[in-house]
Design a protein around this ligand. Structure first.
Ligand SMILES: *Cc1c(COP(=O)(O)O)cnc(C)c1O
Length: 387
């Protein structure tokens, strides 16, 4: 522990209570018997991988998911002993770290399985792996029609245990008719592949497919485990009310999943000053005062998580009132219009998104992106404050 003596010019308040409540509503949807894998890749979508990992385990998560072996190392070095799955294809040079960290890689091909098996044999350590099947995402994973052969190759590797079989859905968050058909096809291919593995006398282990969109829209995608990311961080990738219930009749049996944003980005009014009618503000002079007014300067810019494209389009909240972000957002600071008779004081808190302000999904829609990118882009210089 060290005491923070510097001024927190901007901070990301992480509401762990909301995270845990989100976990509960997702569990209510998926059923208590389902395992939950919490994706904590990209520093837990910007929320802080270690803290979110700890909160997840306390809330009953079975395992964690990361993209890179280096991200898994952060968890292991931070004392996390829970199973950790590697969602992306690791490099063969990372095999020693996979083995020593007891990490669970996704396997797409026999070649990588054999390389793992050889090195696990040298260390005399039995390693769990999950077979990843590509049913339409066309990222990693073996072709669905090869899955039985690769599953049996893994089974023949003495130092590997086939602990699970997974796929990933490409359009599970869409309620477009064609996308629904595509998702149903993906799930059908996956079920067929899993059945073929079982029919060959191989235990597939934990079967899993559902990302956030599927948790909301496809109860038949839950299998043994779900992997909701953005939903746990408080954003609904899809809404139950948008889907024709005749397409997903099982949904009639469930209450809507209610989740709350976990991240709140705040800054403080570091300076207030009067400007005159016709004075311009910030780079590019994209905003000009229509009358004499006061502006406030916040120490939060695009390097802190307020997208540059939010300039002249977003508002922040101060003491429950809304103030527009004026002119270009710069790397480290932005300006807001406080009006001719400001009721704001210097050092008052300004909420940029989440909390009392509109959330990251609204900021995303104003700036042409998705909430994932908003929370991931909160730079590591922004302190995370866990409450
Ligand atoms: C990122 C990821 C998820 C979670 O996706 P969300 O859309 O955030 O729910 C699940 N599975 C895999 C393999 C992923 O890479």
């Amino acid at each position: 522990m060290y005491v923070i003596l510097f001024f927190m010019r901007v901070k990301a308040v992480i509401h762990l209570k909301n995270f845990k409540e989100n976990m509960e509503s997702i569990r209510a949807r998926a059923g208590k018997e389902r395992l939950i894998c919490v994706p904590v890749k990209a520093d837990a979508y910007g929320h802080g991988a270690l803290e979110i990992a700890k909160a997840s385990i306390e809330a009953g998560a079975y395992c964690l998911g990361v993209a890179a072996v280096s991200e898994a190392a952060v968890l292991r070095n931070g004392g996390i002993n829970a199973p950790v799955m590697i969602f992306s294809q690791p490099h063969p040079d990372e095999i020693p770290e996979i083995i020593s960290g007891n990490l669970i890689p996704f396997i797409s091909d026999a070649e990588f399985a054999s390389a793992l098996n050889e090195q696990a044999a040298e260390k005399k350590i039995k390693l769990q792996v999950h077979l990843k099947i590509d049913t339409g995402m066309r990222r990693i994973g073996c072709n669905a029609d090869e899955s039985k052969v690769i599953a049996s190759h893994i089974s023949s590797c003495h130092w590997l245990e086939l602990a699970g079989v997974a796929t990933h859905l490409a359009v599970s968050d869409s309620t477009d008719k064609q996308d629904i058909d595509f998702t149903k096809q993906q799930l059908h291919k996956f079920r067929k592949a899993v059945d073929a593995i079982k029919a060959a006398g191989i235990n597939p282990g934990i079967v899993h497919a559902a990302n956030s969109g599927a948790v909301i829209l496809y109860p038949d995608s839950f299998f043994d485990m779900i992997r909701p990311g953005i939903l746990l961080y408080g954003y609904k990738a899809a809404d139950e009310s948008d889907i024709d219930k005749s397409v997903s009749p099982e949904l009639n049996n469930y209450k809507p999943v209610i989740v709350k944003p976990v991240m709140e980005l705040t800054s403080e009014v570091t300076l207030i000053k009067k400007i005159k009618k016709c004075d311009s503000v910030s780079y590019g002079r994209t905003w000009t005062a229509q009358k004499d007014t006061y502006i406030g300067i916040l120490s939060a810019g695009y390097a802190d998580g307020l997208p540059r494209s939010a300039g002249n389009k977003w508002q922040v909240q101060i003491n429950g009132k809304t103030y527009p972000v004026i002119g270009r957002v710069t790397m480290d600071q932005c300006c807001i219009d406080l009006g001719p008779e400001p009721s704001v004081n210097r050092w008052d808190e300004a909420v940029i998104f989440g909390g009392s302000a509109p959330d990251a999904s609204e900021l995303a829609s104003v700036t042409g992106t998705i909430p994932y990118e908003i929370t991931c882009n909160v730079n590591k210089r922004v302190p995370r404050v866990y409450v």
